[in-house]
Design a protein around this ligand. Structure first.
Ligand SMILES: Oc1ccccc1CN[C@@H]1C=C[C@@H](O)[C@H](O)[C@H]1O
Length: 337
């Protein structure tokens, strides 16, 4: 039987189509088959984050990351690394000495350098792109720098140092700054300013990762195109690195959830989601010259990180495949062009 035409085949003249995976998905089974049919790029959802891969100063956990890297190699699927420096899922040991005191700038820089050179070095030649720094810019306000422990202990230059450490460890890897809410005008401008500073300083950065954690209500085509044009004007490549489309309004401020707590995927949501996915992929194809990858965050509606964020236990339906791994209406709209 001729293999079913997959997303990656429809988009082979545009950009790779990726998916965030966990180690269970790359074991033999329906998920692995769905990945091989539709995707030609993968990102470990958690396995290469600082805590999961480096839980103690002198202990790495390579097992899950290696399983994903091996599956990618065996199936000729590109592999993105995520993420070398992030304020979330970072183990406490990074910031404290043996007495539990906060470490100095020098010690933290040495630990960050060791982490990055060990992790990037292990997958040198297997990972073509790294999310070097994730979410360094605060959501609101005028500042460029989130007040993370990396910022407070090292200072602003933790970002450029992370990029330099990664470049030293694998000069061929494409190095990305990755963030979310990049269509929000204030955050867009501050990310732009940060990345421009890095580029103007000669920091080895190749691209901007726009996470694209969207909803069926936003972004507008206008705001999305404005972000594409603004970041591309830096002369850097763009990737949409964590695409999903929640069926609930985005949580831009803490709200009571009585009105949206019920977990159901209605025909109206199905249609609105299909229209919104069509709109964003029409723009992705229009700007194919600026985009070097589009990656979905999680594989199917069977399991999404949005099932527990921002509202624990509220099932979401954010992807192109339903809970049985079958293409939804949104899939049809994305491949009809
Ligand atoms: O959309 C957000 C809103 C607030 C905080 C973080 C995010 C997105 N943060 C992403 C989501 C899931 C994680 O698995 C990814 O590593 C992270 O990059």
């Amino acid at each position: 039987v001729a293999p079913e035409k997959g997303l990656k085949d429809y988009y082979k003249n545009y950009f790779p189509i990726g998916v965030a995976v966990n180690p269970r998905m790359v074991q033999p089974g329906p998920d692995a088959e769905l990945i091989k049919t539709h995707f030609n790029s993968m990102t470990p959802e958690n396995a290469m984050k600082m805590g999961p891969i480096h839980p103690e100063e002198n202990r790495y956990n390579w097992k899950d990351a290696d399983a994903i890297a091996d599956f990618a190699q065996q199936n000729n699927i590109k592999l993105r690394g995520h993420t070398l420096c992030w304020h979330n899922q970072t183990p406490r040991w990074f910031f404290t000495d043996s007495t539990g005191k906060t470490v100095s700038r020098e010690v933290l820089l040495a630990r960050l350098k060791r982490h990055i050179s060990d992790v990037v070095g292990r997958y040198k030649g297997k990972i073509y792109a790294w999310d070097v720094v994730n979410e360094a810019v605060p959501d609101a306000g005028p500042d460029l720098y989130r007040k993370s422990k990396f910022y407070e202990i090292i200072g602003e230059d933790y970002i450029e140092k992370a990029f330099e450490f990664a470049h030293e460890a694998d000069p061929a890897a494409q190095l990305f700054y990755n963030d979310y809410n990049t269509e929000n005008p204030s955050k867009r401008d501050r990310i732009y300013q940060l990345v421009k500073k890095l580029k103007d300083k000669g920091v080895p950065i190749n691209g901007v990762g726009l996470q694209a954690h969207w909803s069926i209500y936003e972004p507008s085509a206008q705001e999305l195109e404005a972000s594409i044009l603004k970041f591309a004007s830096l002369g850097l490549k763009l990737q949409f690195t964590e695409v999903d489309m929640s069926v609930y309004p985005k949580e831009h401020e803490r709200r009571d959830h009585r009105d949206t707590d019920k977990s159901e995927f209605t025909p109206e949501m199905d249609e609105k989601q299909a229209a919104q996915y069509k709109m964003v992929f029409d723009l992705f194809r229009k700007h194919r010259d600026k985009i070097t990858g589009v990656t979905f965050w999680n594989l199917s509606d069977r399991s999404s990180w949005l099932d527990n964020f921002p509202v624990p236990g509220r099932k979401d339906y954010p992807l192109l495949f339903d809970q049985n791994g079958r293409p939804k209406k949104a899939f049809d709209r994305v491949v009809q062009f």
